[in-house]
Design a protein around this ligand. Structure first.
Ligand code: UDP
Length: 476
């Protein structure tokens, strides 16, 4: 209870993948460290799962949630405005609301934590004399690339993706040009400028929080601390405080999928899901359907209509083929042929509960960082199928550094992954020695993750240190 007199405000950017880690940090600060937390949420139209997440009870009433005045960026965006750019715009537009909301709080927060899209709140923190922290809720390797991007911007000529050599980041695993994050794919796009500015602003905070832990990314974390180039760029403490991930919800009524899982042998089911927004092309969905069927392994697949169709087709029409209820975008008769093998769930599933079920032995994932941590913390090895954002980096790390994933030979963002390759990957993960080894590796990592979070563990200690810095600043 090292921060029991502190009050911390956290600014959350919109989207499940951003909101989840912020809510987890808020709960952790409140329950483990006795901090009063106010979460400032940028108001957009929340999806049903987001609304559910925001309604979840937070322990001890130490977390208060305030919705900021709504922002409207419709006059600023064009049809091709990238997601990162839209997020930066929303946060920029939200700043007057952040300022007025903080100013109206009875108990002024001692510190402001923003995620990496909210770094423009820096002057607001200074204005109210609050300690200021940036929470990059993903991997340290991603944070290193983001913060080093302004240097690469000066050193590298031409597009990053066209480079012949690996991109070198001091003390870190070098980055393959095709693995760079989405905003770096085109240096002429506005989102690239937003990304470089973000990289410039992060080191101006009082500290950086990362949703990772010492054992997971020791090389990068050591580079931040010890490498001379890094020490000249990042003069502030870097706090690995993870893995913060959603806990299993206490047993309510069991969904049909969980009841089905209860009847399957341990480690026998592969869970297939591509995050809160991941969608595949019609051709890729067909290949995946046949690949799963050919693998003869048990599966749960969260399916969405193909990218070519309207995203809500499946909700509002009863377009199905055959009489077995197979969604129109899956091969005809798929549900009948795979009825004994698997279950198809439309749009959204209870991912954490599924991954934690003893029958689940593999996860085909888009490698979003929340999904990655949830898989590691459930001791489940992965098939890494990156789609967007920083997921190519995550996939490479899971395969090459941690030995807990297989991945397709082609990049799913560039090529269609063929059914026979999918069959091979699923079999090797679920049925081969290679998969067994990965399962052993990830189960060891799971234990190390639990240790990091325990009182006295590296991540618990690191968050306590951050709170001590905030408290010390108050006394100055
Ligand atoms: N999620 C879920 N059910 C689904 C799809 C996603 O519960 O059917 C949750 C998942 O458990 C994770 C989050 O949504 O906590 C997705 O975050 P992630 O960082 O993995 O990817 P993003 O959606 O941001 O790309």
């Amino acid at each position: 209870m090292d921060g029991s007199k502190l009050h911390v405000a956290i600014l959350a950017s919109p989207g499940m993948g951003h909101l989840i880690p912020v809510m987890l940090l808020a709960n952790r600060l409140a329950t483990q460290h006795g901090v009063k937390v106010t979460v400032l949420v940028v108001t957009t139209a929340f999806s049903p799962p987001e609304s559910h997440l925001l309604k979840l009870p937070t322990e001890k009433n130490l977390v208060e949630r305030i919705e900021l005045p709504p922002v409207d960026i419709s006059h600023l965006i064009k049809p091709d405005t990238a997601v990162v750019e839209q997020l930066c715009m929303m946060l920029r537009e939200a700043m007057p609301g952040v300022r007025s909301t903080i100013s109206a709080l009875n108990h002024r927060p001692d510190a402001l934590i923003v995620d990496h899209f909210g770094t423009e709140a820096l002057p607001i923190a200074a204005e109210f004399n609050m300690a200021k922290y940036v929470y990059v809720p993903t991997a340290a390797w991603f944070a290193a690339l983001t913060i080093y991007c302004p240097v690469l911007d000066k050193e590298v000529e031409g597009q990053y993706v066209d480079q012949q050599d690996l991109l070198k980041i001091p003390g870190c695993k070098p980055i393959r040009p095709e693995d760079v994050v989405d905003p770096m794919l085109d240096r002429n796009d506005q989102q690239y400028y937003e990304y470089v500015s973000m990289g410039n602003r992060i080191p101006q905070f009082d500290g950086i929080l990362l949703n990772t832990w010492e054992d997971l990314e020791s090389t990068t974390l050591k580079a931040f601390k010890e490498n001379e180039i890094w020490r000249s760029i990042v003069k502030i403490p870097v706090h690995p405080i993870g893995p913060l991930r959603r806990p299993v919800q206490p047993d309510g009524s069991k969904s049909a999928v969980i009841e089905w899982l209860d009847k399957q042998p341990n480690d026998s089911v592969v869970f297939v899901s591509f995050g809160s927004g991941g969608m595949l092309s019609a051709q890729q969905i067909t290949e995946l359907a046949f690949g799963l069927e050919m693998s003869e392994q048990k599966f749960i697949w969260v399916v969405r209509p193909p990218t070519e169709g309207a995203a809500d087709d499946a909700f509002f029409t009863s377009k199905t083929v055959g009489s077995d209820g197979t969604p129109y975008y899956l091969p005809e008769g798929f549900s009948t042929r795979t009825g004994n093998l698997g279950r198809v769930v439309s749009m959204w599933a209870q991912q954490v509960e599924i991954l934690n079920h003893p029958s689940v032995g593999g996860f085909m994932t888009h490698c979003g960082w929340n999904s990655t941590l949830e898989s590691i913390c459930s001791g489940v090895p992965m098939i890494a199928w990156p789609l967007y954002a920083e997921q190519r980096l995550n996939a490479t790390y899971l395969v090459e550094e941690l030995g807990i994933s297989v991945r397709p030979l082609v990049l799913p963002t560039k090529n269609v992954v063929a059914r026979d390759e999918i069959e091979k990957m699923v079999r090797s993960l679920m049925d081969d020695e290679e998969g067994k080894k990965m399962r052993e590796n990830v189960k060891k990592l799971k234990i190390r993750a639990e240790n990091a979070l325990c009182e006295g563990g590296s991540s618990h200690h690191s968050l306590s240190e951050m709170l001590k810095h905030v408290a010390a600043k108050l006394k100055v």
